[in-house]
Design a protein around this ligand. Structure first.
Ligand SMILES: Cc1cc2nc3c(=O)[nH]c(=O)nc-3n(C[C@H](O)[C@H](O)[C@H](O)COP(=O)(O)OP(=O)(O)OC[C@H]3O[C@@H](n4cnc5c(N)ncnc54)[C@H](O)[C@@H]3O)c2cc1C
Length: 395
């Protein structure tokens, strides 16, 4: 057991997974974050945020021992994807083409959080209900005024990270001037465990398969759309939102899943692309505190879980005379993460820009491009491999 103290600031999925992984790897982590507040949901109610978890994230959660703690009835395996362009462009991906039974898994954020929180209690990880406020000579001071000594401070405190700001870690943020509007919908036709995505100019609509309810098939919508359109939609009352979505989605999806009806409250999240230098002496950032990408590939949290795996791997591999907060050790973490984060930023940002290009020639080129990709099994296999991420093995 490594006796050095590691403070994980943040109690979202990244913070909880990080503290649990560190504890299981023989370190001494503590969480500093607001209290965990589970959402109470009825049998046919679902948490508004859902994530598409990659094979690498699934394997990581399995290794953490939390995959089996999640309610299997609330996990939807995805065996295929259908991507539609803004002309006749179409790409179909099937897991069997990559010799896998699933491409990804759709899970509510609340379910992952519940399982992580349960595991943290089993492993007796201390959770200080407080907020990071500032650094001190030996560690941090919390908002309630407590002084906590630490050898390493991990910023898992989300996109507005105070740890990042107070450590003066270089950070760049660019707004897309788009919001991600999320809601659950009843579908008339079965989703067949397929994730659907439509690129319509600079808007992107994703319909992700969810468990069936007493009303029949269910999908979760992630609609990335211009701020003005999202704000106008969010200002409507629920009946007007339902009527607006029903006609808009019917036209946009050409009734691929029949009539789609709003079944939950809608929420909107501003979208940005962000990157940071990730480390400072005695400080490392993980998850949205370190980077953010456009949600069109559903990879933000997957990247965050990749950070955590790598950070634990680096800390375990350090020489025994080195401290967990030593810059030379943390530099190895930063270097290992540069490539996957940059690649994901280029893919998501590039796709967004490609579809935002106005004019008929650009539309023609991107739709022809999609149809060419659809005819090339080798390229499709590569696409599926990179979406799956690499396999884990940190413990
Ligand atoms: C519309 C949309 C759809 C998405 N879909 C997907 C998807 O399908 N797949 C995927 O992989 N990703 C997806 N993402 C990305 C994903 O939501 C984020 O990457 C993920 O939620 C980040 O988790 P996190 O724990 O790093 O940050 P957060 O969830 O923001 O957690 C930060 C935590 O830090 C705490 N905190 C804040 N300040 C302090 C402080 N001063 N001290 C201590 N604690 C503090 C907060 O209370 C919170 O608990 C999507 C994003 C959007 C916007």
């Amino acid at each position: 057991m490594n006796k050095e103290t590691i403070l994980v600031c943040g109690g979202g999925i990244a913070g909880m997974a990080c503290a649990l992984g560190l504890k299981k790897a023989g370190f001494n982590p503590q969480i500093v974050a607001p209290a965990y507040k589970p959402m109470s949901l009825g049998p046919h109610q679902y948490h508004p945020r859902v994530y598409a978890l990659s094979a690498a994230s699934q394997a990581f959660l399995e290794e953490l021992g939390v995959w089996g703690l999640m309610n299997a009835d609330r996990i939807t395996p995805v065996s295929g994807m259908e991507l539609y362009g803004d002309g006749d462009g179409f790409v179909q991906l099937d897991s069997w083409q990559n010799a896998e039974s699933n491409l990804t898994w759709i899970i509510e954020s609340g379910e992952i959080e519940r399982a992580l929180h349960q595991a943290l209690q089993v492993y007796n990880v201390t959770w200080q209900v407080d907020l990071f406020d500032q650094f001190t000579a030996t560690g941090i001071q919390t908002q309630k005024g407590a002084q906590l000594a630490a050898d390493l401070i991990i910023g898992a405190d989300g996109a507005g990270s105070q740890v990042r700001k107070k450590a003066h870690i270089e950070h760049h943020s660019r707004p897309y001037k788009h919001n991600g509007v999320v809601a659950h919908l009843d579908a008339e036709l079965p989703h067949q465990n397929i994730a659907y995505q439509w690129f319509v100019g600079d808007a992107v609509l994703a319909l992700l398969p969810m468990p069936d309810t007493d009303q029949g098939p269910q999908v979760s919508m992630v609609w990335s759309v211009q701020e003005s359109q999202a704000n106008a939609f969010m200002a409507m009352d629920p009946e007007a939102q339902a009527a607006h979505l029903q006609s808009l989605l019917g036209a946009l999806t050409q009734h691929r899943l029949g009539t789609l009806r709003l079944r939950s409250q809608a929420f909107a999240f501003p979208l940005t692309v962000e990157r940071s230098a990730m480390i400072a002496p005695k400080v490392a950032l993980v998850g949205d505190a370190a980077h953010r990408v456009h949600p069109l590939a559903g990879q933000g949290l997957n990247l965050g879980l990749g950070d955590i795996e790598e950070l634990i791997r680096v800390l375990r591999a350090k020489a025994s005379y080195q401290s967990v907060g030593e810059l030379r050790v943390l530099e190895r973490y930063r270097r290992a993460r540069v490539e996957p984060i940059m690649a994901m930023r280029w893919v998501t940002h590039g796709l967004h820009q490609l579809f935002a290009l106005p004019g008929a020639p650009a539309a023609f080129a991107r739709n022809v491009g999609m149809n060419v990709v659809n005819k090339l099994p080798f390229i499709k296999r590569q696409l599926m491999k990179s979406a799956a991420g690499k396999k884990t093995g940190f413990l």
